[in-house]
Design a protein around this ligand. Sequence first.
Ligand code: GLN
Length: 563
Amino acid sequence: MSGRNGFERGMWTHSMPDDLQTGYDPTLGNKFIFVTGGVMSGLGKGITAASIGRLLINAGFDVTAVKVDPYLNVDAGTMNPYQHGEVYVLKDGAEVDLDLGNYERFLDIDMTSDHNVTTGKTYQHVIERERSGDYLGRTVQIIPHITDDIKRRIREAAAGTDVCIVEVGGTVGDIEGMPYLEALRQFAHEEDESDVLFAHVTLVPYSKNGEQKTKPTQHSVKELRSIGLQPDVLVGRSEHRLTTSTRKKIALFCDVPTRAVFSNPDVDDIYKVPLVVEDEGLDEYVLEHLGLADRALTSDARDTAWRETVLQDADETIDIALVGKYALEDAYMSIYEALKHAGFELGVDVNVKWVASDEMTDTHHDRLNSATGIVVPGGFGSRGTEGKIAAIGHARTEGIPFLGLCLGFQMAVVEYARNVLGLDGAHSTEVDADTPHPVIDLLPEQHELDELGGTMRLGAHETQIESGTIAHEIYGDTSCTERHRHRYEVNPNYIEALTDAGLQFSGWCGPRMEILEIEEHPFFIGTQFHPEFRSRPGRASPPFIHFLEAAIAERHQTREVEA
Ligand code: GLN
């Protein structure tokens, strides 16, 4: 099969031994959309890319995505939420950039570690191969060894799907991104022209007198072209839609047809981006360019569930307090999204109010009182834990619906031990190594492992659910599979005392307690796992739906009392 310019596939690697050739099977027939960004980061390139994917799924195609993160970290596991937002966890336990969460939510797919290509992973793999002699004494170089590895990863992730969207993090011109752009250039060269589409997302700012400025776009396309990439499609992120004259100007100077220049204006909700992009006709253009138009469902037959979910009217707005330590929405992104999905399900808007856990003491309850539900999210380290415990105590004693996630679950156990069992100073050994009552601790076998490092429990694990409990009602089943990211557990020595005092553990996995509940409460649920990672628009997470339902009921009751 010949690629662009009639060049034979694999010719450029003619001097390489067979085992170093990429493992591409040409019969698979995948299509690829490569998405790059220009001008500045944080433009919502990932949301644009995911939106295209959603529309292709609605049109009947199997779509997957690969996020390329050009940083040297192997994964996002150790990254600071202040810099990168939350660490998102995949079912296989991979700790990845939160952008993968957007792909999972928009495409409604489960991704794996293979869908997140980082420079750290690529270099680590190539260097390991070099150490074990795989390169037979050759000089190991960025081109071809790193670029080959990048191409291999993309092809493997695409296997078995119709379309694979590859988003390159950062902006064109970043030194870190260069090997990826070179790999994509080669990739396109090896494929048929109609199998690859390059989309470039840039910023179109306004001048003081309200004119849309195309220069930044022109410069970033020039930068792309200087490394041998010609975009097929340009998407201009701007406050409003691009005017016809802006589109024409971009088309002329960036050498694309005017109908290949699309707008992506600001919207009030990211889930509306697929609808905006659809109105622009971007999906049709992509289908046509990739030769998929004939195989696509007709517009009448396309899946409209997304549109219906996103555009429904909300009856009311429910205030939920999120008691966490980071003053940054991105640090809790999946929780915000899961609450939004539950809102879609129940026909309400959710207004999440962040309450700083390190400023929360038991004299600050007024901050929580205006909310009809309290969420205490996951976290690591000691900062803000006393505030979380105070908020949980308030929710418990005042009958405010409560959802505790991971650290929030653990702190609910601590609160109960201190204030109901009277175990003064009870704590998690993560926070207080010398606590007289280590109600949250490492399991004995983890203590041994801890000396070797790497004890984090990650990814999807099955939880057994006790029949007849609230957890059973929530999940409608006697088991659930949710994602985890934690090290500490409920200490088995305290389970009996806690249970006798009214804190029920209704879900477990072997010796590990996974779900807690208090029957005599409007809604008091904690989970050691993170249900937020499996929540999707149109398929909200059960604990979030039930929590919000309880908050709505609480709100109506308060209104009745006031009236
Ligand atoms: N820090 C706690 C642990 O390691 C909770 C982790 C979390 O909330 N993700 O167990």
